[in-house]
Write a protein that binds this ligand. Structure first.
Ligand code: PFF
Length: 460
């Protein structure tokens, strides 16, 4: 274990318990990725076989990076930038690894800028569902509601602002009275809402069909592309590679076993994704809708189902409340690295750092707001054929999800696997004997190879 006590590794600023850290990290992991993206990519890729591959990716690629990133964060005990600066010195490695810290602070901040815009949609949809706007509406009307929302920059901006204000408020209050309080309240609520939604789906009459769609693998429906999508999503859904877990890990007490904790986080995240599928697909099948509807699955297909079902007003509103809670607990984790960095480097207090970081992310987010309407035809890198037709939002999403996250994850796996000293490593990660040896083989070879393949594929 590292002996130096870093600025943030003081008792008063650490998570109060292992549970608090698990809820915060699981809160980061469980987000739009689980409830919005996982069901629709499962639908598009044919169900069962895709789910199996996804599970393998979570445990072979995701968990090793999760363990490594949290361990690095705790060893350094500061913002990702300062943590990597400290570690490259104390571990005697090349200074080049410091890029991991900068990559983290910048990427998590950029992802927040557009995540908040989409988080804002869930606020709008809670209102729409509760007001009964889906009742009796046909596919065209519901699709029209979604398109009208996207076409209106002021409405998008309003909800983007409200969402960001909530995030800044929570993060500004600090680790214990802000983040920890929020997640201990919101995460149980999220699980409860999810269970309620699954029971509601069970009563739809198509639960059995949804279960067999998700769990009976039909490998003839799995494509190479599906495998790569599963891999990329495994990284996104666990929030790995972009510094948030490093930042959260910097507040983790020394006596907590990282390997066990990381496993718990991955199991929670996976359970939520699977339960979200079990809440959504029965409603889709019961109403004769398309499981492979794509990104519109929860904003268009699902409202159509709610509009046709008994209790659709209440359960529709509950579903979007669930989405909102999941999005907030992820968004607060994205603000943390930059806030921790501002506190350290600019000497600003917590509130000012949260306001400054939140404002800057909000400002960049305006580019995403406009991408859906006024700037719909603006393609900043359109002169490069690879980026043809990509809006500001598409470019940001591509940069973060397909470049900065995978490369960050790859660098973290390589740094922890090859560069840092082996003494104390097993103990720091919470692994012993054979388990540690096996783990190091995965971390050194399997994980980097897996990430490198997805990264290259996405570029070609
Ligand atoms: N894991 C989140 C989700 O599945 O929605 C997304 C995410 C959170 C990505 C935090 C990156 C991050 F730093």
């Amino acid at each position: 274990m590292s002996e130096t006590v870093h600025p943030h590794q003081q008792a008063s600023s650490l998570w109060t318990s292992r549970m608090a850290f698990i809820l915060a990290a699981a809160g980061s992991a469980v987000g739009l990725g689980n409830i919005w993206k996982f069901p629709y990519i499962t639908g598009e890729n044919g169900g069962g076989a895709f789910v199996l591959v996804y599970l393998a990716c979570i445990f072979l690629i995701g968990v090793p990076v999760l363990i490594a990133e949290i361990m690095i964060g705790r060893r350094g005990g500061q913002s990702p930038v300062a943590t990597m600066r400290t570690l490259t010195n104390t571990e005697g490695t090349s200074k080049g690894w410091r890029i991991i810290g900068w990559n983290g602070v910048v990427a998590s901040f950029l992802v927040l800028s557009f995540y908040a815009v989409i988080g804002g949609w869930s606020l709008v949809y809670i209102g729409k569902a509760a007001l009964g706007l889906f009742v009796g509406a046909d596919a065209e009307a519901i699709g029209g509601q979604f398109n009208n929302l996207l076409a209106n920059p002021w409405e998008l901006l309003l909800w983007h602002t409200v969402f960001m204000a909530i995030v800044v408020f929570i993060v500004g209050r600090g680790i214990r009275s802000g983040l920890e309080k929020a997640v201990t309240m919101l995460m149980p609520m999220l699980f409860l809402l999810l269970i309620v939604m699954v029971f509601y789906a069970m009563s739809s009459g198509s639960f059995g069909r949804a279960v067999s769609f998700m769990f009976s693998p039909d490998f003839s429906r799995l494509t190479t592309e599906g495998v790569l999508i599963a891999l990329g999503h495994a990284a996104f859904t666990l929030s790995i590679g972009i510094g948030v877990l490093m930042a959260y890990g910097s507040y983790l007490p020394q006596n907590i076993n990282i390997a066990k904790t990381a496993m718990t986080i991955a199991v929670l995240d996976t359970s939520v994704a699977l339960l979200a599928g079990l809440a959504i697909f029965p409603l889709v099948f019961a109403n004769g809708l398309e499981a492979g509807a794509g990104p519109g699955l929860i904003f268009v297909t699902l409202p159509l189902a709610f509009g046709q079902m008994g209790g659709g007003i209440v359960f529709g509103a509950l579903f979007f409340a669930l989405l909102l809670v999941a999005a907030i607990t992820s968004a607060i984790s994205m603000l943390e690295p930059v806030v921790e960095w501002l506190e350290e480097h600019k000497g600003a207090n917590r509130v000012k750092s949260a306001l400054a970081g939140g404002f800057a992310a909000w400002f960049i987010g305006i580019g995403t707001v406009l991408s859906f309407n006024l700037w719909g035809d603006v393609h900043p890198l359109g002169f490069i054929s690879f980026f043809e037709g990509k809006t500001v939002f598409d470019l940001l999403d591509f940069l973060v999800s397909n470049v900065m996250m995978p490369l960050g994850g790859l660098a973290i796996a390589l740094f922890a696997g090859w560069a840092i000293r082996r003494e104390g490593l097993a103990e720091d990660m919470g692994l012993k004997g054979g388990a540690f040896k096996a783990f190091m083989v995965i971390l050194k070879f399997v994980t980097p190879a897996g990430i490198a393949i997805v990264f290259l594929y996405n570029l070609v």
